[in-house]
Ligand binder design. Structure first.
Ligand code: HEC
Length: 208
């Protein structure tokens, strides 16, 4: 469900962006007649896109509840761009319309940066090194709990219940390194071999 929403959201955002770039180009080129025609024809699809955008975005926001700074900046960009776009295109104000499109573009870019950062950041376990289970817990809470839940049972975006996994430690390590479906791969640049060992040991403690 989550993955479906994420894809829907991305697609909607991309269509929105293209739609507004087209409108902006017409405005900048002074083709006001074509712009009026285009706006009229796309009125209903645009409404459907807006609803899809808010619905998919809202769904993801409320299921993850991850309000990072980047996410907040992204939301501010999106919500600032709406009135600017409405006024800019209605009044034919090129500066406002351009600003609105730039804000949508910025929000889109931030979404991508956010994603890259989340998967790629190294886990710092220096504070707890020595105790494998403690290291594992730190790694788990930072990298795995958003999908698998603190107890391993969350099942977010199709994640398997880790308290009931039948996989051996070796199979688990391989899966974490390679990733599977919605689960991203974790290479050595993110998790060291010790950290991987530790997180698999920690996962074993989630079993009842
Ligand atoms: C983005 C969400 C996400 C994150 C983050 C994530 N997983 Fe997963 N995980 C999944 C999904 C989805 C599956 C199911 C893959 C499949 O079989 O289709 C899965 C499956 C697994 C399995 C296999 C369980 C089984 O019985 O088949 C293990 C083990 C596992 N994850 C461990 C981890 C560990 C350890 C981490 C942190 C380093 C982690 N996962 C981070 C989504 C995630």
């Amino acid at each position: 469900m989550y993955t479906g929403m994420l894809h829907t959201h991305k697609l909607v955002v991309l269509l929105f962006l293209i739609h507004y770039v087209v409108k902006l180009v017409m405005l900048q080129m002074g083709k006001s007649e074509q712009l009026a025609k285009y706006t009229k024809v796309t009125k209903v699809p645009e409404m459907i896109l807006s609803v899809g955008f808010l619905f998919s975005g809202g769904y993801m926001l409320f299921t993850t509840m991850q309000f990072t700074t980047l996410m907040i900046i992204k939301l501010v960009c999106v919500f600032a761009s709406i009135p600017l776009a409405v006024i800019g295109f209605k009044k034919g104000n090129k500066a406002l319309a351009t600003l609105a499109v730039l804000l949508i573009l910025a929000a889109y870019g931030l979404g991508e940066v956010n994603k890259a950062k989340k998967a790629g950041a190294k886990v710092d376990t220096t504070a707890v090194s020595g105790d494998a289970i403690a290291v594992g817990k730190t790694v788990y809470n930072e990298k795995c709990a958003n999908c698998h839940g603190a107890d391993g049972k969350l099942g977010f975006s199709g994640a398997k219940d880790l308290s009931a996994t039948q996989l051996t430690a070796e199979q688990q390590k391989e899966l974490v390194r390679k990733g599977k479906n919605a689960m991203p791969p974790y290479g050595v640049e993110v998790l060291s071999d010790e950290q991987l060992d530790a997180v698999v040991q920690y996962v074993a403690t989630l079993k009842q």
